[in-house]
Structures are given as C-alpha cells and as structure tokens.
Design a protein around this ligand. Structure first.
Ligand SMILES: NC(=O)c1ccc[n+]([C@@H]2O[C@H](COP(=O)([O-])OP(=O)(O)OC[C@H]3O[C@@H](n4cnc5c(N)ncnc54)[C@H](OP(=O)(O)O)[C@@H]3O)[C@@H](O)[C@H]2O)c1
Length: 299
C-alpha cells in the first residue's frame, strides 16, 4: 500500500508518519519546515497554492490513498485573512482531491471540531454543523467539497490535539503551557472552555484504522476525558512536575483573540470506538506518554 500524507511536518503528519502500518510505503510533503534527515528520501516539498505542482506530484507518486492534513491551523489567522487561508484550506483541499480523482486514490480529509458552535455538546457525526468563526466555516466548506466529490472519502474530525511537534513546528496547548511553566510565569487559562484533549498518536491510530479497514464516511475522534481547559492545564503541570497553582483561571474575555472560540465541542466517540476499534486515550495516559518521549527526544 502506498500512502501520501500532505503536511507530514505538522503535528498530525509527524504522528501519522511515525505510526504508519509496517510494510506500507509512506510518502509525505513539507512546506516550510525541514523534515528530519531520515525522512528526506520520502518527503517532497509542496505548496498547496501551486495547483500544477500538486497535480504533478500526485500523478508522479500515484498513491493509493492521500491523507490530507496540510492546512493553516491558526484560528485567528483565518479571521484576519480569510481569503489567503481559504486558498490553502479550501481550494488547496479541492486541488488535492482532484489530483486523487485523476489517479484513482482514496481521499482522507482532516477536518475539525471547529465545524460546531459548541452550544449543544456532545456532538455525534449526525449533528448539524454551525461554526462560530471563519476557520470553522472554511472547514465546513472544504468538507462540502469532499462530500460532493465522487472520490472514496473519509473525513476525520479531530478535537484539540496535543503532542510533540517537529522542531520549528506549530505549538499546541500543551507545548505552549510547558514553555510558560519553564519560565516560571503563571499560565492564564480561559475558564469557560471545555474539550476532550486528544493525544495526536491516538488520532493517527484512528486514521490508520479507518484506512486499513477500508472505511468511508465521517468519524469524530477525541480523547477519553471531557475536561475544562483549566483542569487540563493543571494536569499538564502535575504531569511535568510543576505546581498546579501556577494555573490561573481567567474569563476568556481577557484574551485579545480575533476569532470566537466555541465553548464546548465535546464529541460522541462511539463510531471511533465501535467501528474503528480505537480506544480513546485519557489525559493522564496521554501526558504520561508525552513525558516519557521527552526523555528521549527533548521538547
Ligand atoms: N491541532 C489541532 O488541535 C487540530 C484540531 C482539529 C483539527 N485539526 C486539523 O488537523 C490537521 C492537522 O493539524 P496539525 O495541528 O497537525 O497542523 P500543523 O501542525 O499546523 O501542520 C500543518 C501542516 O500543513 C503544512 N502546510 C501549511 N501551509 C501549507 C501550504 N501552503 N502548502 C503545503 N503545506 C502546507 C505545514 O507544512 P510546514 O510545517 O512544512 O510549513 C504542516 O506540515 C489540520 O487540517 C487541522 O485543521 C487540528
């Protein structure tokens, strides 16, 4: 089986690459980040905005499945510059999808919990979408393109992911909080927000399970625990040997963010568990996994 992962240098791309089924040929793309030396033979430079390059690469590599993780993940960036972000997150997705159609590849699109407004959790795969910000609206638009296509498709909606990115990669809540904890400063955390934090390796496991089982359709993927972000930050402090009292709950109005954040987009994970056979990992286990890996590779 030959699989191409777009955005292999991202948080999820890296976990997918590292967790790929044994014996499968896995190829990836990078954009700005230099991939680790051992990936260089299978990692290709790609800008999703270069339509001809996307079509050429996929026609040359002829993967049987493309896992499309590459995107702009900045929620505030999407609010500030929706045209540029749409060019990558929506038009780029459609370009990758058209290339898949040309070579007969299956298409796995990584969407987001941001398709929901967070007012009526928990959300299952039937729940109607309704975004509170542009980033979420662009994910809804990209999903609509995928659903309307004639491709065999899987859409995975991960929720708040955490794990170790590649050096120079985009941080996530855990790595950002750890950076603050290291400097001795308090971490201010929005007290109204709830989530089901998802260890990125757990998300990669669900993606690979869906592909190996030749599934099609939509899957919500989340960790086992629904927690407030404040409790999650306290768990991070505990797991890495810092004092919990360094976590300071504050109203979300304290943060000067451009985009609204949904309050609670917690998922129903029944399809993930029963169809894919993947066990959602809780925050204690997920953070312990991160902590163990840190000993080997560093932050
Ligand atoms: N992180 C989360 O909590 C979360 C939650 C829900 C859904 N998601 C979704 O999950 C997917 C993966 O997220 P992630 O956190 O792994 O993302 P990430 O760490 O920000 O990585 C994004 C990847 O996209 C690549 N990329 C960015 N612009 C590109 C362009 N113009 N052309 C080609 N590649 C480009 C980046 O390449 P370089 O790094 O080489 O520049 C990187 O490999 C995304 O679709 C995201 O929306 C993420």
């Amino acid at each position: 089986m030959r699989v191409l992962i777009t955005g292999g240098t991202g948080l999820l791309g890296k976990a997918l690459f590292e967790g790929a089924p044994k014996g499968w040929q896995v190829l990836t793309t990078s954009h700005r980040i230099l991939p680790p030396a051992e990936w260089r033979d299978c990692c290709h430079l790609l800008d999703l905005q270069d339509e001809a390059a996307v079509l050429r690469l996929i026609e040359t590599l002829r993967p049987e499945v493309v896992i499309h993780t590459a995107s702009i993940g900045g929620v505030d960036e999407a609010e500030r510059d929706p045209v540029s972000v749409r060019a990558i997150n929506v038009i780029g997705t459609a370009t990758v999808g058209r290339a898949c159609a040309r070579v007969g590849a299956g298409f796995v699109f990584i969407s987001s919990n941001a398709v929901f407004d967070g007012r009526h959790p928990p959300y299952d795969e039937q729940a109607p979408t309704c975004a509170v910000n542009r980033y979420g609206a662009l994910k809804i638009e990209a999903e609509a393109w995928v659903r309307a296509s004639t491709l065999p498709w899987i859409i995975i909606r991960p929720i708040l992911m955490y794990g170790w990115p590649l050096p120079g990669g985009r941080g996530n809540v855990v790595t950002r909080w750890l950076a603050l904890l290291k400097t001795g400063r308090p971490i201010e955390v929005a007290q109204e927000l709830y989530s089901m934090p998802l260890l990125v390796d757990n998300c990669a496991e669900a993606v690979w399970a869906a592909i190996q089982q030749r599934r099609t359709g939509l899957y919500h993927v989340a960790g086992a625990d629904r927690v407030s972000l404040v409790d999650f930050a306290r768990a991070v402090a505990r797991a890495f040997g810092y004092e919990e009292r360094r976590v300071v709950p504050v109203p979300s109005t304290r943060f000067a963010t451009l985009a609204l954040r949904p309050v609670d987009t917690s998922f129903v994970t029944m399809k993930m568990e029963q169809e894919l056979g993947v066990r959602p990992i809780g925050i204690a286990e997920g953070l312990a996994t991160m902590q163990r890996v840190q000993v080997v590779v560093g932050p």
